[in-house]
Design a protein around this ligand. Sequence first.
Ligand code: IVH
Length: 738
Amino acid sequence: MSTEGREIESFSEAEAKAELDRLHEALAAADRAYFELDAPDIADAAYDAMKRDYQAIETAFPQFKRDDSLSDKVAGAPVEGFSKVRHAVPMLSLGKAYTDEDVVDFIERARRFFDRDKDLELAFTAEPKIDGLSASLRYENGVFVQGATRGDGAVGEDITANLKTIKDIPQTLKGSGWPQSIEIRGEVYMTYAEFEALKTRSAAVGGQEYVNPRNTAAGSLRQKDPGVTASRNLRFFAYAWGATTEDPAPTQFEAVQKFGEWGFEISPWMVRAKTVEDLIGQYKAIEEKRSSFGYDIDGVVYKLDRLDLQRRWGFSSGEPRWAVAHKFPAEQAMTTVQRIDIQVGRTGTLAPVARLAPVSVGGVVVENVTLHNEDYIKGIDSTGAPIRGDEPIDIRVGDTVVIQRAGDVIPQIVRVILEKRPAEAVPYEFPHTCPVCGSPATREMNEKTGKEESRRRCTGELICAAQAVERLRHFVSRGAMDIEGLGAENIDLFFSAGLVKTAADIFTLKARREAVQQALFERREAQARQREAAKGATRKKVLTAEERTYEGLDKLFAAIDARREPELDRFIFALGIRHIGETTAAALAKNFGTIENVIEVGKDVAAHPDDPASVFPSIDGIGGTVIEALSDFFGNEQNDEVLDRLLAEVRPKPYVLNVSATSEVAGKTVVFTGSLEKLTRGEAKAMAERLGAKVAGSVSKNTDIVVAGPGAGSKLKQATELGIMVLSEDEWLELAAR
Ligand code: IVH
């Protein structure tokens, strides 16, 4: 073992410790980039080499093994709970206004309330309502000491460390005149530019998808590692305050200006006005300009300006009477449906997407919109009720449609303009076969609701390319075959390089070493290029020797070979048959004992598509859904082929019960007679044998148990004469299950 060209054995203690710490930092940073930023910044091989060196030093110098050793850590650990913070002054929500009349009402309510003060001139502020997450920041003597989410308004979460990474939030207040203690409140948000950049970074590495800036900002704030939050470049506008030792100013407007002086970002669009016309004028101006803001806003907030008057007017049902949020209507635009495409999701769901003539909605160009499922295209919901107007109105290629982008970024079709429907437009025919693999695509019955599922699903299972990658990822995953070093990343790579199409191919990779090597090498190069393009930064080169990759490869091939005889339950689970999770897989393994038996039963149910359950033994916890899934899977010839090829490479171990410890029938001799109703003779025999019993064909004084079904004759008689225990099939199953 060596690190940076030196033999670890030759390290002095000080050198070993320093090197261990250096590797620790580098590996931790790489883990962060990989698991949390979705932006791996170092090649797998280099990472593996560092990890090996790290572990080698730990072995050679155990005295320096760190308490936080990465060797013991499960990478990508989920966020742990944050501690709770009770808001001394609750964080309230706002009443809403949707129309100009609602705003007039609000102002008139104010006038009525202050009616007695004849000469009082009421002023209001108007400012954008930012579509983010509110946060409360406590400053003691000008120093930021604690920050919390809104939570339920009364109790939020302590996210101080994460908030500290936001550059719009000052660590210490600037200027002077701030209260000794004050909670500054405002909105954390993400700009479109930052959102797009994150999506691009993530897509480049096949990372997670991000729905919209608001949700992403929320997720970014709830990170365990503030480094992740920092990388998301969140922003903050201050617009309110909570508990404070003194009012920041006599009016709302001046208070917010003070926040600006103390070092906060404040909205440049805040104004003070005295008339409804001016307030609505500001609303219109903001609405008109909103697409140039670069971040989501969803309305304009009006607040009574004077704090003393705010206090007099007060609150009702958890909302201030003195403020209101004037919401923007969802933005709409008209366009045409040019095509309807079907995308096959990873679970085989056929997802229709309308391709639209590009149109700008609120500053965002929309070209695609999901059509959800075939009922949605027909214009009905799952109960058959119309969803666009009073009559079911379907969506056709050629249709002119109104699309809408609401507060979040996901656009939707709200209306079909029937007057504009071309004469030649025909109802869309939803495919009944998978566009990727040609297998039948079916709508299943939902057992619970007794209704058809709304989504059509490809039955191609293992042979469907769209599902293939996800299945392969599942196949190698922890609870399944658990092939070390063959994670999702490598699966994706080998799949796209055409090296692995189905699970069987994994076991022949070793024979294609050169090609595997080439694929890994190309990825490393691509990543390096991407990295350079991204930051132009140069990293100290850790990986030098090509043989490290070869070493890594040997390790990978060894890990694959090590799983050629998997436990039966893992193997069944790894096949990724729908509805067959770990528990069900274990039940199948336990009851059928060998993969051959499982396949036999699978074929049997598939041969009885009308009533597959009729040929399936009763097994605790296995119901119609699973039996149908087995029937679908084994009824598909292409799955057969894939499974055959896989079984040529892999020998799942027969399921063996711990005989002496578990079974009451272990060591007993059992005779089956009469007709069995739940088990075939073969199954009954296999089951008894698995439990450690011997199965005999005739009754003798050595027989311990006779299992007698209807129609049992001479053997039953003999058993009774000999005083041998006689059980019904059910009693036998009960005994066997103990
Ligand atoms: S004032 C007591 N001003 O809207 C008044 N809220 O519906 C406290 N929001 O939870 C809120 N921009 O997350 C205020 N300029 C603004 C705002 C704003 C966005 C959010 C905030 C609040 C919600 C109320």
